[in-house]
Design a protein around this ligand. Structure first.
Ligand SMILES: [Zn+2]
Length: 307
């Protein structure tokens, strides 16, 4: 069947969740010890605790503390990270990962540690962005404790933004892994898949990591073909989303489906189907679920539905 609808890219209708950071990251001052010390001493400073990839929430809001309070839990400067200035207020993250029971440090009604993904879409945009940033940076530190070049231990530098090797002296910098995520459209239908790691009944846009030596457009076409056997023609950029869960940057695209037949060429998906607009407008009635409200996958689908 010919693709009788002209492929037309869809523009993002609003910012993606976890974007919209209120911070001036002040990257140029991270190695300025006097500036960092003054920021720590500022009565305006606020601190976001992170415990083993979880952030602290109370009543679906981020919980911040004063420097003095947070220092009483953790005085090792290597576990403190400077995130930037928020309306002039210094913002830090503190890594409480070495405490077995972090709740015992806090007051009874101080909230709970939770995966930001369980709350992200409900938080004010600025808070979601700051907490995701804190979590991603601390995760990267934890995965960079030893040098990949010489194998010696690394120690945090530049207020947490560099891991410095104590052996060969090389500096390791935070990294984000680029991943393409794409809504493939053919006529009035979109291609979505289900993987065994997804919640039951959930179908989502296809996605995958960009490989060395590959453009984003090539990654889109390769991933879709590998996962479903569908050939993609035109590729158009939509928007991006930080996804530091643990370390991705999602790059959203629309892709023009050139073929329809589905054939699983790798083992990434357990199912893939074409879904019409009518089905996507009422997933429950058609026995499936859309991806989470905080994801760019959902945004790609919603913008297509509205288009
Ligand atoms: Zn080294």
């Amino acid at each position: 069947m010919p693709n009788d609808q002209t492929f037309s890219p869809v523009r993002p209708s609003r910012d993606n969740v976890y974007t919209g950071s209120p911070l001036d990251r002040m990257a140029e001052r991270r190695s300025d010890a006097e500036f960092i010390a003054a920021s720590l001493a500022s009565p305006q400073a606020i601190v976001a605790p992170v415990w083993r990839a979880q952030n602290l929430f109370r009543d679906q809001r981020a919980r911040f503390y004063s420097t003095a309070e947070a220092l009483s839990w953790e005085s090792d400067p290597h576990r403190w990270l400077f995130l930037g200035l928020w309306d002039g207020r210094p913002v830090f993250a503190v890594d409480l990962g070495q405490h077995e029971t972090p709740k015992s440090l806090l007051a009874e009604d101080d909230g709970d540690f939770a995966d930001i993904r369980s709350i992200g879409g409900l938080l004010p945009a600025g808070e979601a962005s700051v907490l995701a940033y804190a979590r991603g940076l601390i995760h990267w530190q934890g995965r960079t404790r030893f040098c990949g070049v010489c194998g010696n231990p690394c120690v945090p530098a530049s207020a947490g933004h560099v891991m410095h090797c104590t052996g060969c002296g090389i500096d390791h910098f935070p990294r984000s892994d680029p991943a393409v995520i794409m809504l493939v459209i053919r006529n009035d239908s979109i291609l979505m898949g289900h993987a065994s790691r997804f919640p039951e009944g959930m179908y989502s846009t296809l996605a995958g990591f960009v490989e060395p030596g590959e453009s984003l457009e090539e990654a889109v076409r390769r991933e879709v073909y590998e996962e479903t056997g569908v050939r993609v023609g035109e590729v158009a950029y939509h928007s991006s989303q930080p996804w530091p869960f643990p370390s991705s940057l999602m790059l959203g695209f629309y892709g023009e489906g050139l073929t329809e037949a589905i054939e699983f060429r790798d083992e990434e998906l357990t199912d893939a189907r074409w879904f019409t607009r009518a089905m996507c407008r009422d997933p429950e009635a058609h026995g499936f679920r859309l991806p989470g409200a905080d994801s760019i996958a959902r945004r790609l689908i919603e913008d297509w539905l509205a288009g």
